[in-house]
Ligand binder design. Structure first.
Ligand code: ATP
Length: 328
């Protein structure tokens, strides 16, 4: 979306009607230019009413990200982060990986109002509507080598779980290795990209997408059960407070991870694993499948499975996990 579209949307944030003439006058452009700028908002999953004689109105008021409010939600932890708020990114992870390679400081955060090519694992997509999600990436640097980071996506899952719980979301579960679920519906996704030496140092760009209030348009793009905070709690959270809260919990969990590895968070993770002591099917990168009973995860975040041919250990990577209703 063009910068002008964001400028007009900011003027419509209150959810009230604004005439094309008034918008055009304030931005010193023509009414036709306003009309053109707003043509694109469907792509962002936003519902916009255009009524002759009254003007334009967003279906719902929209809260924009605000650096001061995020910092105030972070409180004493604010100085651990270097926040960059942007209107639109292809992918906040891609952008932050580039900045990380150029020396961006640890704690750098890129949060986007809109992400046009959000990525999941293995070329999959992450979808979010403008104003209805938290979409951000966080850079963290480690003295340890990349191998140490194998359990990081699980650790980050614990941080999201704690943060959303403190925002009033109960009944969440984690799915190995990188999903946050609520009653089998996906509430948030984590995409971690790492780089560095075997013996260290290394860094991780931790990409997070959290559904606050999915629009119908965006729901239609998602090919698996999904949910959002609003559907669970009945309240649309304050986006700035929510982002501050999530970042604060991430810093706390990353401190534990750096000091003690994933082992320091393992018990809490296992307690919330949706498939703990359940039969599952593992899909391997070569499309082969393995069935077994989930017995836990180890200190490196690898999944432990009891199969017909004995105990197996699967490290994160390109593996997917699904429930297997048959018992073995
Ligand atoms: P795996 O079990 O291998 O992690 P996954 O389907 O959860 O599989 P991810 O790469 O973690 O894969 O996430 C991408 C997938 O998440 C997409 O293919 C889509 O099905 C789903 N998805 C995309 N956007 C959203 C969203 N906003 N909310 C919930 N789910 C989404």
């Amino acid at each position: 979306m063009k910068p002008l579209t964001f400028a007009v949307l900011r003027m419509l944030a209150d959810g009230e009607f604004h005439s094309g003439e008034d918008l055009a006058h304030k931005l010193n452009i023509s009414r036709a230019t306003i009309w053109n700028a707003l043509k694109e908002v469907d792509e962002a999953g936003l519902a916009l009413y255009k009524i002759r004689g009254r003007g334009y109105r967003l279906a719902e008021p929209m809260q924009w990200l605000d650096r001061t409010k995020i910092a105030s939600a972070l409180g004493a932890q604010a100085n651990r982060f270097n926040l960059e708020l942007i209107d639109c990114a292809d992918s906040t992870n891609t952008l932050l990986m580039q900045k990380a390679a150029l020396g961006a400081v640890p704690g750098s955060v890129i949060a986007a109002e809109l992400q046009t090519h959000g990525r999941g694992r293995r070329g999959r997509s992450w979808h979010a509507n403008l104003g209805g999600a938290l979409i951000f990436s966080l850079l963290w640097r480690f003295n340890q080598g990349v191998g140490f980071l194998s359990g990081l996506s699980l650790a980050v899952g614990v941080a999201l779980l704690r943060a959303l719980k403190s925002l009033g979301v109960d009944g969440m579960a984690l799915k190995w290795p990188n999903d946050l679920l609520h009653h089998d519906c996906k509430l948030a996704g984590i995409l971690i990209e790492v780089q560095g030496d075997v013996l260290g140092p290394s860094f991780a760009v931790i990409g997070i997408g959290i559904n606050l209030k999915l629009s119908e348009q965006i729901r239609n793009h998602i090919d698996q059960p999904a949910t959002d905070v609003y559907s669970i709690t009945g309240i649309m959270p304050d986006r700035n407070q929510a982002l501050g809260c999530v970042l604060g919990h991430m810093a706390q969990v990353l401190d534990i991870f750096v000091a003690r590895g994933f082992g320091g968070l393992r018990a809490e993770w296992v307690e919330h694993h949706v498939y703990h002591n359940k039969n599952v099917r593992i899909m391997l990168p070569d499309n082969a499948a393995e069935e077994g009973l989930v017995t836990g995860v180890d200190n490196e975040g690898a999944l432990l499975l009891k199969t017909r041919s004995g105990e197996r250990r699967y490290s994160t990577g390109e593996i997917s996990l699904r429930a297997e209703p048959r018992s073995l």
